[in-house]
Design a protein around this ligand. Structure first.
Ligand code: TXE
Length: 493
């Protein structure tokens, strides 16, 4: 039986104005399990109007930052209470492992607690002056209505990276989750009323990017768009927002290098290579999809990574024994399989996988075997374009300078990993790599306290950490004349 989920607009659960729905399917068995409101531009207008009214005239507008912080912390507690339910919904939508989704959802309260605590610590400055008769100070004010557009790979986490900070800063929101994974987001938004948020502070519209994306991004009452998704869509969002000179932050994925030097602890490095690419079936923006290995250990590392990956247990993502789940959508699986063919045609040597699994219990799901290519050169498409699947390219390098050259030879710059036992080399590499995050002897670490975002075409802006809140604030400078009277305007001083 299919479940129906509703949007939240002005505090009330609503279907689409047209009464239309679209289906959402479970990637593990391919079966439709839920229905989501199929919104159009009239629904967009209603959601933005609600957020705009809440920003300008609702109780939110006059609430103190301390009160906002308390609401955020209360929301965090409600998420902790409902973590299992929310994580199960995410798995049914995106097919990622329940263990990973539950871990993510259980971590979400930290964001609402952290940014709730930060809400009343946003301080302006009293400015030094070269005009003694003037007193001037700055304050940091919210932007207004922020549209959050989120992808399917980690719906609640990537929404929270935006939402916790923007609400702490005093903005209101309209959320458009991915059409592939809307259910968990809608269930989550129902908690805001219970937490005590005023109506209209958080609203949602569900539907397809090509139908409602432009209407959301270009709406005149929207001040900022915070987006995570593919780079082609990110460019369209950036162009649409430019028409209204809106604030934009973009997180667009990458082609991250994970670099193993011959002085590394290879046991650790092999595990880091595996978790870098096969966690979440490679469907993460930070996937370490280019494994750069020093020539002197290239064969050994390739063999060990392949042997380890071959043990991966594919299966039902709800089962604790499963290590690699399905790809989230049928078209995305096809995209991954197409890239595998491209790699073979380009001359890469397939060490593992390269097709859909043959096991009968996996036949209905959208699986791709963990796949490893050796002898990849950095100019092959498999090394240049984001596959977003369980496909690893192993690229040899000669020395440190060669590793840096290859690692930085990409349009992307989201993350990079370095495996070495030399501290000097670790710091030299961290300096040289053009990436927003560099991990040394680890991979995939993220935290509410650590800024995250891309260099180059991986994006604009930072999420998480104290600086994230500045993405949702603007500075106002106030001047007060302390002199008696105002001088004659026609007399230059
Ligand atoms: O993402 P889209 P898709 C990469 C990954 C993947 C590719 C395509 O390589 O294969 O992108 O994935 C909304 N205006 N990443 O097609 O289209 C859309 O409805 C406004 C990397 O699923 O970017 C959804 O809510 N919005 C990535 C959101 O944009 C539009 C995560 C993301 O969808 C729109 C996901 C438009 N014109 C995919 N068109 C990462 N950085 O982690 C679509 N959308």
């Amino acid at each position: 039986m299919t479940e129906r989920f509703l949007n939240i607009v002005n505090g009330a659960p609503v279907a689409s104005g047209s009464g239309h729905w679209f289906d959402s399917a479970n990637p593990y068995d391919g079966k439709v399990w839920s229905q989501i409101p199929h919104c159009d531009t009239a629904d967009v207008n209603a959601a933005v109007a609600s957020a705009h009214a809440a920003y300008n005239t609702g109780p939110w507008a006059t609430m103190t930052a301390t009160q906002r912080g308390k609401l955020l912390r209360r929301l965090g507690d409600l998420i902790a209470r409902d973590a299992e339910k929310l994580a199960q919904l995410e798995v049914r939508d995106n097919g990622k492992l329940y263990a990973e989704m539950l871990g993510q959802v259980k971590y979400l309260p930290e964001y609402y607690h952290y940014f709730g605590g930060l809400a009343d610590k946003i301080e302006g400055s009293v400015l030094p002056t070269d005009k003694p008769e003037m007193f001037s100070y700055t304050k940091h004010e919210p932007l207004g209505v922020v549209v959050c557009i989120t992808p399917w790979n980690s719906p609640l986490l990537l929404l929270t990276w935006k939402l916790a900070a923007l609400l702490a800063a005093g903005n209101t929101a309209v959320i458009k989750p991915s059409e592939i994974t809307s259910a968990a987001t809608l269930a989550f938004l129902a908690l805001f009323k219970e937490a005590g948020f005023p109506d209209g502070v958080v609203n949602s519209v569900t539907g397809f990017g090509h139908e409602i994306g432009a209407a959301l991004v270009e709406h005149p009452q929207v001040a900022k768009v915070a987006f995570t998704g593919g780079d082609a869509t990110g460019r369209a969002v950036y162009q649409g927002a430019a028409k209204g000179l809106k604030h934009v932050s973009l997180e667009l994925g990458g082609k991250s290098p994970n670099i193993i030097f011959d002085d590394a602890n290879l046991d650790d490095a092999v595990k880091g290579a595996i978790s870098g690419i096969f966690a979440a079936s490679g469907q993460t923006c930070i996937a370490g999809s280019r494994l750069l290995v020093q020539r002197s250990v290239y064969d050994e590392v390739s063999e060990r990574v392949t042997a380890f990956a071959a043990t991966a247990q594919l299966g039902d993502p709800m089962q604790a024994s499963t290590q690699v789940g399905p790809i989230t959508t049928r078209p995305q699986r096809q995209k991954v399989l197409d890239y595998i063919e491209i790699a073979k045609n380009e001359g890469a040597r397939c060490l593992l996988g390269g097709k859909t699994p043959e096991a009968a219990d996996l036949a209905e799901g959208w699986f791709v075997e963990p796949t490893i290519f050796a002898d990849v050169s950095n100019d092959m498409r498999i090394a240049r374009e984001e596959v977003f699947g369980p496909v690893l390219s192993i690229i040899p390098f000669e020395d440190e300078a060669d590793a840096i050259r290859i690692a930085n030879d990409t349009i992307y710059g989201l993350a990079a990993g370095v495996w070495t036992t030399s501290m000097r080399r670790a710091i030299r590499m961290a300096d040289a790599l053009k990436a927003g995050t560099v991990w040394v002897n680890t991979y995939r670490a993220v935290s509410v306290m650590a800024p995250f975002g891309g260099m180059k075409q991986s994006g604009i802006g930072r999420e998480n950490g104290q600086e994230a809140i500045r993405e949702f604030l603007q500075t106002k400078c106030v001047w007060l004349n302390l002199a008696d009277g105002v001088p004659n305007p026609f007399v230059m001083r």
